[in-house]
Design a protein around this ligand. Structure first.
Ligand code: ZN
Length: 145
């Protein structure tokens, strides 16, 4: 496990939990008005064809994801499984070293290299086949913490 040395820091926190919704506008009221969470921002992520809303909850976030087209992975997820928890994002350092390390230890990656995600973070997904059916996102924020 020498390879772990480059990326041995454990993930720092759950960055966010991603929840697939059909319509942000219809869903967000539960989180803001009823639960009382603060809506931080809404943005569109062109590469994933989604509109996302981040709601702050302690040091983590809830990320609501609404598909913008039939090509969106979130559209396909909702079509197959319905709305619900889509992924768990872990805040990490050294994301590309970590991806290489995971790959060399037999974990199947959806993204072999980090790419630009919401909030200007570098992100990559691990294949749920390798992680007990959970879609994990690794997420590295540039200018925070
Ligand atoms: Zn996410």
């Amino acid at each position: 496990m020498d390879q772990l040395s480059k990326s041995k820091d454990a993930p720092k926190k759950i960055a966010h939990i991603g929840i697939a919704v059909k319509n942000l506008h219809d869903s967000i009221n539960f989180y803001t008005d009823l639960l009382g969470l603060t809506l931080e921002r809404v943005e569109e992520v062109a590469s994933e064809q989604v509109r996302v809303a981040f709601l702050k909850i302690g040091e983590s976030r809830i990320e609501l994801l609404e598909p913008l087209s039939n090509e969106s992975p979130i559209y396909r997820f909702i079509h197959k499984k319905g709305e619900g928890i889509h992924h768990i994002a872990l805040e990490v350092n050294n994301i590309n070293d970590r991806l290489a390390n995971l790959k060399s230890n037999g974990i199947q990656l959806i993204n072999e290299q980090a790419k630009e995600g919401a909030d200007n973070a570098q992100i990559a997904f691990l294949h749920p086949k390798s992680t007990n059916g959970v879609l994990f996102e690794l997420c590295q924020h540039q200018n925070k913490e």
